[in-house]
Ligand binder design. Structure first.
Ligand code: ZN
Length: 279
């Protein structure tokens, strides 16, 4: 498995150019995909939400959020009425997105709730999931031409939402795990993801691998490497090592570039992962 981004260079480039999103390099080899992870730059929101907040459920002016979706859409060449947004609750439920959902969560009400992962086999629908430290997972099966996004915070990781999403791709579309590419986006890394022992203990009890990926630091605090736990579970379920791409960018260490819940005591905006097959 690879940690695909040359991180120092990427961070310097983002700051210098002030771009509204970064690409995930292992997905850039597929020209049919529109994909990325948004930064804080280029939007119209102010103060804690500056500037590209994409979450209506914050104390930000909804007109600003709508405007930010428009700005992102223009950069990608995708109309907001072809975007579909999750409804995240740190659960493990997955929505099969079709044209009937176009625009939901962005320009019109959703017909669904409690959805932490999105899958589709339809082109020209931009799947969007929200982040401010949690782990974004991008799935692409170039054989079956299907995509998925999954939001895996520590609770979602305990629920194994990455593997749940993989199973959904297999059951809905007949995907073979060995064809599926999985890429991670920026998220809170073990340097900053600190918990008390009670949380570490739940991981130890849930996953046999977790003792290798949790580390006790000073003051009886524990640090958890969510990425390695998620990867371990995906590999155990048939994803090939050569098709998994990690990401070492820490959202909290780079809270000036990415929204970070822990980097802002919970008062901040929300960024997004997005993924679409261009038809
Ligand atoms: Zn960090």
């Amino acid at each position: 498995m690879l940690d695909a981004l040359p991180y120092d260079q990427v961070i310097l480039d983002i700051k210098r150019k002030g771009e509204s999103y970064i690409n995930i390099p292992p997905l850039s080899v597929f020209p049919e995909l529109v994909h990325g992870f948004t930064t804080r730059f280029g939007g119209v929101s102010k103060n804690e939400y500056a500037t590209l907040n994409l979450n209506y459920n914050k104390n930000d002016d909804p007109a600003n959020v709508r405007n930010n979706f428009e700005i992102l859409g223009k950069k990608l060449g995708v109309e907001p009425d072809n975007m579909v947004l999750s409804h995240q609750v740190h659960g493990k439920d997955i929505l099969y997105v079709t044209k009937s959902h176009a625009g939901m969560g962005v320009i019109r009400e959703r017909s669904y709730s409690n959805i932490d992962a999105l899958v589709t086999d339809e082109p020209d629908l931009l799947l969007i999931t929200h982040y401010a430290d949690c782990v974004p997972l991008y799935f692409y099966d170039p054989v079956k031409q299907v995509i998925a996004l999954a939001h895996s915070g520590w609770k979602g990781t305990l629920l194994n939402i990455g593997v749940e999403t993989l199973k959904k791709l297999e059951s809905l579309f007949g995907c073979n795990p060995s064809d599926i590419h999985v890429a991670f986006g920026p998220h809170i890394q073990p340097c900053c993801f600190e918990v008390d022992y009670d949380v570490a203990e739940i991981f130890h009890k849930t996953f046999t691998c977790a003792k290798s990926f949790t580390f006790m630091k000073e003051n009886n605090k524990w640090h958890i490497d969510l990425k390695r736990i998620i990867m371990y579970n995906l590999l155990k379920n048939g994803i090939l090592e050569i098709n998994v791409y990690g990401c070492q960018i820490c959202t909290k260490c780079n809270k000036d570039i990415f929204f970070s819940h822990r980097g802002s005591n919970g008062i901040t905006g929300t960024g997004a992962a997005f993924l679409m097959i261009r038809g």
